[in-house]
Design a protein around this ligand. Structure first.
Ligand code: RB5
Length: 148
C-alpha cells in the first residue's frame, strides 16, 4: 500500500501545495490534502495543527507544509512534540534533514522557492532514509527536551 503523505498550507503556500500534491501522486504516494483549498486568507498555526493531527492519528506517516516563507508554519509545527519539521531551500538540506534529523515534515515557502527546486527537494525527502547511529541519540534528545 502506498505511503500516505499529508499536506497543509495557508494562502501563501496554497499554489505550491497543490502542485506538490500532484507531484507525490505521480511518484506513487497517496496524498492527503488537508487544505487550504482557496487563496482566501487563513492562519498558518491552524493549518500546521491539522497536519499534526493527521500524523498523530496515523492517517499519514509524513507531511508537507507550505506558507508564504515557510517560517511561521515551521514554528507552529515544531510545537508538537512528535513533529520534526524542516524548512528546506535546497537538495542538500532535503537529504540531511532525513539522514541526520529524521524530519517527518518538510516545509517550503511558496513565495520563496522555485517549483522545480521544491519538486527535487520533496523527492529527496521522500526517498532518503534516516542514518541512525550518532544521529539517533540526538533525535532522542529532541524528544527528551519536548517532555521537559
Ligand atoms: C501570510 O501572509 C504569511 O505571513 C504566511 O504565509 C507566512 O509567510 C508566515 O510565516
Amino acid at each position: 500500500m502506498a505511503e500516505t503523505i499529508a499536506f497543509a498550507a495557508d494562502h501563501g503556500g496554497f499554489e505550491l501545495k497543490n502542485l506538490l500534491v500532484e507531484k507525490v501522486r505521480a511518484e506513487g504516494f497517496e496524498p492527503l490534502d488537508l487544505g487550504t483549498y482557496s487563496t482566501d486568507s487563513v492562519d498558518y498555526p491552524d493549518m500546521a495543527a491539522k497536519l499534526a493531527e493527521a500524523i498523530k492519528s496515523g492517517k499519514a506517516s509524513r507531511g508537507v507544509l507550505c506558507c508564504g516563507t515557510g517560517i511561521g508554519i515551521s514554528i507552529a509545527a515544531n510545537r508538537f512534540p512528535f513533529i520534526r519539521a524542516a524548512l528546506i531551500h535546497d537538495a542538500f538540506g532535503a537529504r540531511l534533514c532525513r539522514e541526520h534529523n529524521d524530519a517527518n515534515v518538510i516545509v517550503f515557502g511558496g513565495r520563496t522557492i522555485g517549483t522545480e527546486v521544491a519538486y527535487d527537494c520533496l523527492h529527496i525527502f521522500l526517498t532518503t532514509a534516516f542514518a541512525g547511529g550518532r544521529h539517533a541519540r540526538r533525535v532522542e534528545k529532541l524528544a527528551t527536551i519536548a517532555k521537559e
